[in-house]
Design a protein around this ligand. Structure first.
Ligand code: ZN
Length: 674
């Protein structure tokens, strides 16, 4: 809230209408859609590599990976790597596109370093200014998390080709200001099998915070290396008109203001302008809300302060139409994000500073509704939340380990009390406040940290829904899901702590050893009788047979992108096909398909949720909400001004002036003892 609220509308208008990196006249002369493209960088077309034009048919997983790798081989603007290996053994390829100097090992390392500075609310001005000057915007294009919603992947490959093979001003401008991370197929097993879910039957668009599936987990590790400022998640659905944000109410109250404003004020108008030009029909709002932090739009937003956006295209249309419209929304977004690089980077850093300051003050963001004529259903109460605590109950060690690692692996700082902490007011989950002394070993998660919004999203006692019609998930508190003892306080405290080591680091005869983390990655071919998925996910024991040896955490934070040609990666698709065809997994694949196609389920669920078609984000069965003018959706400034009283709780002004000084920003780290 410190961040120039008073000026946010003016900032928005700048973001939308022009750029900070090129004069408006240059931009006008370089429209991303009307500028004649120049293809002269020697990158092979899809026709030359996989035998057909992108958008003329759906690429298979093997074809998609083959083409992505071919573009890498042909272009010094592209590197690729494997984000994860699917349950069925397929590689999940992603590519990073940038200027040749930026996509070297050194260049990417510098980007990771400077982005880390921008995510640090306590970074000094000089370091921040250097990072702002040097860092490209990090823009993500992903698709096909639902395996039977294919066309976003084909469009993402088209984006890759255009960025790699063109030398006109559109692409030159984008690459001068951004790197683009392209993840065409988030669910390769589902794409191969034609199923929404992965081979374990998981809807991975609900798996983003729990990251129980290897596909989700590996993807998030790449996101941590290259944290997005824009994250596109392309889907398909059964409605005739295209969907892109603004989203429907409810929106989660800890959604960063900057991200909200970019979604509605920067990207949405850029897409709309081109869709209007081409007369592509679209709508905003219902049923696509922005509430539960489990999705491919809300998690990049609340967890990384990105503009997370879901795009939806009618699955019954021809692949050529689906591919074209997804490409159009992606291309418009990338061009807009790159052109606004300077504003976006500044806003992104300020967003982390704001989150830290809110955490230091114990302020929760207020609830708001943004659609016209909506009334607020639940306000966020007037409480001060400065610190969360989790009691170190040895009987809940497995769950504690799982939750602590979930937090740490989203860059949340977790500490452990090394002296008892007396609190005059401690609010246990589910009970009234009382004086409490928390013992040594209690986990302490301060809100005064960059990931304040994420901490609140994961550890909240109540999700306080701002509007009473929602898509599906309405509560997701991790401690409550895991039945853990803990709670929060609004007191200012200065505990004596040590940093909580990653749970997989342990001492053997005085030596630090690292075990791989208990992230489930189970090989069907070698382990037909797998343990129950939930059991593996709870991760109480580190079973070395179940883990990826190079799994995650700090150990791989410095992982380099090393282009790899052919070789082992090429074996995966064939291996996967054999499995799908063979009797070992045939039964499971059939079961998954039956689950996907279970009749009546969607209707039954939809009937209980007014205004929500079907049982999933895309399986709508009712008529779409008519398009609404975008001006009906408020900016985050409107959230403040419409919802907060004239003087906010605890004296907070409702719409803080832009000149409000930062409060003292030390105090969240505690006193550390060697
Ligand atoms: Zn979908």
């Amino acid at each position: 809230m410190i961040r120039r609220l008073g000026a946010s509308l003016a900032v928005l208008s700048i973001l939308v209408s022009t750029t900070v990196v090129a004069p408006a006249a240059t931009l006008a002369a370089c429209d991303p859609f009307t500028t004649p493209p120049t293809y002269d960088q020697g990158v092979r077309t899809s026709n030359q590599v996989i035998g057909f034009t992108l958008g003329s048919q759906e690429a298979s997983v093997a074809q998609s990976n083959a083409y992505l790798e071919a573009v890498d081989a042909d272009s010094d603007r592209v590197v690729h790597d494997v984000a994860a290996v699917s349950v069925g053994g397929l590689p999940i390829d992603y590519a990073i596109v940038g200027t040749p100097g930026r996509v070297t090992a050194t260049g990417l390392s510098e980007i990771r370093d400077s982005v880390t500075v921008l995510r640090d609310p306590l970074a000094g001005d000089e370091a921040v200014n250097d990072a702002l000057a040097a860092t490209p915007a990090v823009l993500w294009v992903s698709a096909n998390v639902h395996g039977n919603e294919e066309s976003g992947a084909d469009a993402a490959l088209q984006v890759l080709y255009e960025l790699a093979n063109r030398s006109d001003c559109v692409v030159t401008n984008i690459l001068s200001q951004a790197i683009v991370v392209i993840l065409p197929i988030q669910n390769p097993d589902g794409r191969e099998a034609g199923t929404r879910r992965n081979l374990y039957g998981f809807d991975m668009n609900r798996d983003w915070f729990a990251r129980t599936q290897p596909e989700t987990d590996g993807k998030l590790q790449v996101l941590r290396q290259y944290p997005p400022m824009l994250y596109i998640d392309a889907h398909e659905f059964s409605l005739p008109n295209y969907f892109f944000p603004p989203n429907a109410d409810p929106e989660y109250h800890e959604t960063p203001d900057a991200a909200h404003d970019w979604i509605n004020g920067l990207y949405s108008p850029a897409i709309a302008a081109q869709f209007d030009r081409e007369k592509i029909k679209y709508f905003h709002g219902a049923p696509y809300d922005f509430f539960a932090t489990v999705f491919g739009d809300t998690v990049p937003t609340v967890g990384f302060h990105a503009a997370g956006m879901t795009f939806e295209k009618h699955s019954a249309d021809a692949i050529s139409v689906r591919e074209h419209e997804h490409f159009t929304s992606m291309w418009a977004s990338i061009a807009a994000g790159a052109a606004a690089r300077s504003s976006v980077l500044t806003g992104w850093h300020d967003s982390y500073v704001e989150a830290y300051d809110e955490g230091l003050a114990g302020s929760l963001e207020p609830n708001a509704v943004f659609e016209p004529k909506h009334d607020l259903y639940q306000p966020v109460p007037d409480v001060t939340v400065r610190h969360y605590f989790l009691r170190n109950d040895p009987n809940r060690a497995a769950e504690l380990q799982l939750l602590v690692r979930r937090l740490q692996r989203m860059d949340v700082t977790v500490n452990t009390l090394t002296e008892p902490l007396e609190l005059t007011s401690f609010h246990p989950y589910g009970d009234p406040s009382e004086p409490t002394t928390l013992p040594v070993g209690t986990y302490w998660i301060p809100m005064a940290q960059a990931q304040k919004h994420w901490v609140q999203a994961m550890l909240n006692e109540d999700s306080w829904i701002p509007f009473d019609v929602t898509y599906d998930v309405t509560a997701w508190s991790n401690p409550l899901l895991m039945n853990l003892d803990g709670g929060w306080t609004g007191q200012e405290v200065d505990p004596v702590v040590s940093p909580t080591h990653p749970a997989y680091v342990f001492q053997v005869e005085g030596q630090e050893r690292r075990a791989a983390e208990p992230t489930p990655h189970l090989d069907l071919a070698e382990d037909e009788e797998r343990p129950d998925q939930g059991e593996a996910d709870m991760g109480g024991e580190v079973d070395l047979d179940l883990v990826q040896p190079e799994e995650a955490g700090e150990a791989d934070a410095e992982q380099q992108v090393e282009p790899e040609e052919g070789g082992a990666a090429d074996e995966h698709p064939e291996r996967h096909r054999r499995r799908l065809a063979g009797r070992r997994v045939g039964g499971r694949a059939e079961l998954v398909e039956q689950l996907e196609k279970r009749p009546g389920e969607a209707e039954a669920r939809g009937a209980r949720l007014p205004g929500v078609p079907g049982d999933s984000r895309e399986q709508g069965a009712q008529a779409p909400t008519p398009p609404r003018p975008r001006k009906g959706w408020g900016s985050s400034r409107a959230r403040r001004c419409r919802r907060a009283p004239a003087a906010g709780p605890r004296g907070r002004p409702a719409c803080r002036p832009a000149s409000a000084p930062r409060s003292g920003r030390r105090g969240g780290g505690g006193r550390r003892r060697e």
